[in-house]
Write a protein that binds this ligand. Structure first.
Ligand SMILES: *[C@@H]1O[C@H](CO)[C@@H](O)[C@H](O)[C@H]1NC(C)=O
Ligand SMILES: *[C@@H]1O[C@H](CO)[C@@H](O)[C@H](O)[C@H]1NC(C)=O
Ligand SMILES: *[C@@H]1O[C@H](CO)[C@@H](O)[C@H](O)[C@H]1NC(C)=O
Ligand SMILES: *[C@@H]1O[C@H](CO)[C@@H](O)[C@H](O)[C@H]1NC(C)=O
Ligand SMILES: *[C@@H]1O[C@H](CO)[C@@H](O)[C@H](O)[C@H]1NC(C)=O
Ligand SMILES: *[C@@H]1O[C@H](CO)[C@@H](O)[C@H](O)[C@H]1NC(C)=O
Length: 504
């Protein structure tokens, strides 16, 4: 089993003894296709570079002048070159190892030849190899004195300085830059365009929930979407899952109940399980991540999945073979997410490994990324719960000795009345959202202006547009990508026209 991605929310909701690893990242990120990128071909795709980055862009204190090595990946393979002013496509890295994201930003690789684009993927500070304080994670992750340099504003400034320096080195001053990002990376791409219009001419922000702050988006939206994903497959599927939580809790309370749960779900003998919550969060994780990555083709997120995995889960639940045995149905559904390969001997609920290096998200989720998204209303497929800021703040105080700043993101980047604001200010941003993606509720779903546009795919999941194209892609997905390419093309033509005019 790959890493057990558990939501901030689900754990706070169900669990009693919250461990740090359990409130970890849980900001959904990319999907990998290991079959596509083997180690041997990797070196042909891009070169790995390091840039000496400044620790703190916003003060002039002695400490701010410290530097660290920031990793970025670059591919010249398709670039038309500086003399042609050929474009530069930059991926604004998310909360994890940049190579992992690269492996699934197929859209950039797929379109680079067409645009003759240089491809650059920049790693987010404090993730992967881009660790301040001499690359020493023990120091960098030690406490708020060092983690304090991990923020979205510092990160955007990193991206700006790196891009500007790279263009200088390539004498590519007039090459237009377009930024791309998915999920949190998509938020960064959109914000980058708004904050650094002199560096990037446009942004493709895929599945970027920039409106999931303060009370802009309903706290129930996320789990309502998960609920609808399953309910739209079958009412029975929804009812079985919804009814199961009480049954799990009742079973756990019986004498020998934990043993029954362990047997029913093939949980490893050595897996620590003190109560129902371990099983509940293990199951919820499978349902939530399957909803998020409900792709029309076979994929490999943290776990390999078949095409249309939600449908597969509901098929397992609706299968009459399991009779009225709810646990057997749930076990079969969980198999779709946890054991598609058939290689898992038993399920280890203690597996908190983090192969993609997402761990520092918990710091971000305790400081500025306060996204109230864990409410479950009466309709929800999960047990009732309400977003509780006090609880989050207490956990953050406990682990990091920091108080969150829940209003910072909207102060810095906006969000309230975004249609009114960006209509008169922003330009050249594509917001893509797939409506099967639970995060889509916090996304921009309507066009804001002629050039700040929303592309919405009813059947799409989390940043499905950025994935590699495959022969099995449905027509709607091909159409989304065609529209994105057309829009980016129009930004570039407009840029080249004005470049020509001003140089006259
Ligand atoms: C924070 O961690 C650093 C590096 O390990 C250490 O030098 C410092 O004393 C710590 N500060 C606090 C307040 O614990
Ligand atoms: C630009 O070139 C300088 C000098 O070789 C180098 O130190 C720096 O890292 C380069 N910048 C980037 C973004 O690679
Ligand atoms: C959000 O909260 C503010 C302040 O309490 C309130 O004025 C506003 O109406 C709320 N907005 C929404 C969308 O609920
Ligand atoms: C489930 O099936 C068993 C055996 O067929 C039966 O005895 C039991 O009453 C059923 N329970 C429910 C709730 O339908
Ligand atoms: C995973 O699938 C294989 C093949 O179907 C099966 O033999 C194995 O028991 C499954 N593992 C678990 C934990 O259910
Ligand atoms: C929110 O969490 C705090 C701390 O755990 C708790 O004391 C409080 O009762 C909770 N509030 C609600 C409305 O549940």
């Amino acid at each position: 089993m790959a890493i057990k991605l558990v939501f901030f929310t689900l754990h706070l909701l169900i669990c009693c003894a919250v461990s740090l690893s359990k409130i970890t990242p849980r900001f959904p990120s990319f999907i990998i296709q290991p079959e596509w990128l083997s180690v041997s071909t990797k070196s042909e795709l891009y070169e790995t570079k390091y840039y000496t980055q400044i620790l703190d862009h916003f003060t002039y204190t002695p400490q701010s002048y410290q530097t660290f090595q920031q990793r970025y990946l670059i591919s010249y393979k398709y670039w038309g070159g500086a003399t042609e002013n050929a474009p530069i496509f930059v991926y604004t890295g998310n909360e994890g190892d940049i190579e992992w994201f690269t492996q699934n930003t197929g859209f950039m690789f797929d379109t680079a030849p067409h645009f003759k684009a240089l491809l650059v993927f920049i790693e987010h500070r404090f993730y992967g190899e881009s660790i301040p304080f001499g690359g020493n994670k023990d120091v960098a992750y030690a406490n708020a004195s060092t983690l304090g340099y991990l923020s979205s504003t510092q990160t955007l400034a990193d991206y700006a300085t790196l891009i500007i320096d790279l263009k200088k080195n390539l004498t590519a001053f007039d090459s237009p830059v377009v930024v791309f990002g998915g999920s949190y990376g998509g938020m960064l791409a959109a914000w980058f365009r708004l904050k650094y219009p002199h560096v990037a001419i446009g942004a493709l922000a895929s599945s970027a929930p920039i409106l999931y702050f303060e009370n802009i988006t309903s706290q129930y939206s996320f789990f309502n979407t998960v609920t609808n994903d399953f309910r739209s497959e079958s009412e029975n599927c929804y009812k079985v899952i919804k009814g199961s939580w009480q049954q799990i809790e009742n079973t756990a309370k019986q004498s020998g109940g934990l043993e029954i749960l362990r047997k029913s779900f093939r949980i490893c003998k050595n897996s620590y399980m003190s109560a129902a919550d371990a099983v509940e969060s293990w199951l919820s994780t499978a349902f939530v991540y399957t909803a998020m990555t409900d792709y029309p083709t076979q994929s490999n997120f943290l776990n390999p999945l078949p095409a249309y995995p939600v449908k597969q889960m509901c098929k397992a639940i609706d299968n009459p073979k399991a009779g009225n045995n709810t646990f057997e149905k749930l076990y079969n559904a969980a198999t779709v997410y946890y054991n598609f390969t058939g290689n898992v001997a038993c399920y280890d609920l203690n597996d908190n490994s983090d192969p993609h290096g997402l761990g520092e998200w918990s710091w971000q989720a305790c400081t500025e990324m306060i996204m109230p998204m864990d409410g479950n209303n009466a309709e929800s497929i999960f047990p009732h719960s309400e977003w509780n800021y006090t609880e989050r703040a207490q956990i953050c105080e406990h682990f990091f000795k920091v108080q969150p700043r829940p209003n910072w993101i909207t102060s810095e980047f906006g969000g309230h009345n975004i249609y009114r604001v960006l209509k008169r200010f922003g330009s050249n941003i594509i917001f893509f959202n797939g409506l099967r993606d639970p995060w889509s509720g916090g996304g921009v779903l309507k066009d804001i202006s002629k050039s700040v546009v929303a592309i919405v795919a009813k059947d799409g999941a989390h940043h499905v547009d950025l994935r590699f194209s495959t022969d099995e892609d449905p027509e709607w997905l091909k159409d989304v990508r065609r529209r994105e390419i057309k829009i980016i093309k129009s930004w570039l033509s407009q840029y080249y026209r004005s470049l020509f005019e001003t140089s006259q």
